[in-house]
Design a protein around this ligand. Sequence first.
Ligand code: NAD
Length: 513
Amino acid sequence: ATDMGIDKALKTLGVVYINEGTSTGTNSFSSGSVIESYSPVDGLLIGQVKTTTQSDYEKVMDSAISAFKTWKIMPAPQRGEIVRQFGERLREKKEALGALVSYEMGKSYQEGLGEVQEMIDICDFAVGLSRQLHGLTMHSERPGHRMYEQYHPLGVVGIISAFNFPVAVWAWNTALAWICGDVCVWKPSEKTPLCGVACQNIIAEVLAENNLPEGISCLINGDYRVGEFMTKDKRIPLISATGSTRMGKIVAQEVAARLGKSLLELGGNNAIIVTPDADIKMTVIGAVFGAVGTAGQRCTSTRRLIIHESVYEKVKNALVEAYGQLRIGNPLDENNHVGPLIDLDAVEMYKSALEKVVDEGGKIVVEGGVLLGKGYESGCYVKPAIAEAQPDYNIVQHETFAPVLYLLKYSGDVENAIAIQNEVAQGLSSAIMTNNLREAERFLSAAGSDCGIANVNIGTSGAEIGGAFGGEKETGGGRESGSDAWKVYMRRQTNTINYTTELPLAQGIKFDL
Ligand code: NAD
């Protein structure tokens, strides 16, 4: 980020720096109380946005519903062309948006850039997909009849996102929803509102250049109360919500109560199994990046290592050594590996997890702690920690959104490790490190990992946009991004056409007049 100072980044993105006034972006409908965004990097106020009130929300919905009328009848490849232009604009603004992500959320600049790259990738994917929204054709049982299915746009898609991927999750949803003919209303996390404003500014520019209504992409601001405007709103057929399992359970019930659809991307408790046949060097790199990348604040962060007793000490020692090399500090400085947690509440949860694991009988292997002094003024910088634990500890069963890694030992067969891996409530990402084909295949079989993502010889953290992303059990069951995830953003219609002069009924039913 060194070439891209934060002031310059904010200007490039049209997000006004606090010293020069209030940052509103194009979010002109918001008139409620002010949300201030403080950077976890240096504790300084970056900017502020206004909360969306109920009456602002009505205006937003009017603009979305009206935009849907134009957008849904535009041919899908033409919608793809708009997404292509959006992807191009993201390429131009990649450094600026990456820097803002890093500064407002606290992840490393490289990961901020990676997040924007993910947005670009999903745009490319969506552009191609805009010519491939295929349905099937079927053979009718009736003579002179033809059957097929087609996919139509759903309507307004509500997107609720988490702080840790403040821009990419929005793009995963919007790029697909847009080519599918839907319009989107987005409520970003109240912890990263300026990233929301920046994204809205970018798409608003593209829409204006194409004489299209901005209602195709709408932004609302605020906390869960603003999210509830959407979850309770019958005019929104699909709510895509990313965040904690606690949030997902509430949102799922609200949306189900009105028989809407929800796409849930919730918490993970991801493990890497390390078998006697693992490549230890690769294991250590995968585990360390998985555990400390984004300061342990990825839904796919590695939280548990399930290590065979025969290699346990070796892996443990290698990890302790690797953790000794970690540099913690300003994430915009590319020499640092680990940035801050999002806020002081997150620091409290981290401290409490370390206390709990010790209370339950665990042993700290790499000491944690909060960093103080020069460069750490925000109070959000913590030391990545490692603890030896038992799989059934209460704290090990929970997702702590911080760099805390638990070492769990298994003996005997790989089945024992798979059982430990599966015995948590969450089911997002999982991995096995092994050069043993039989172990790898058992891990991937129906009797293997119960997660939405199962990897061999790579860690749990991070994913490419080409695959469907999501997880089972308390992770919520939703799938986003690649593969056929687009189908959730459309409604399927089955069509039967009769080209005869007879009217035969299905199942041979006779009905003569
Ligand atoms: P969070 O649940 O606190 O908030 C997420 C979003 O939900 C925010 O925008 C928040 O305002 C909104 N929200 C909360 N309660 C709501 C309600 N009752 N109605 C409507 N909206 C509501 O989560 P967070 O702290 O921002 O993010 C961290 C969590 O997100 C972790 O559990 C992480 O694993 C999960 N996550 C999952 C994925 C995934 O793809 N599975 C991706 C990123 C993050």
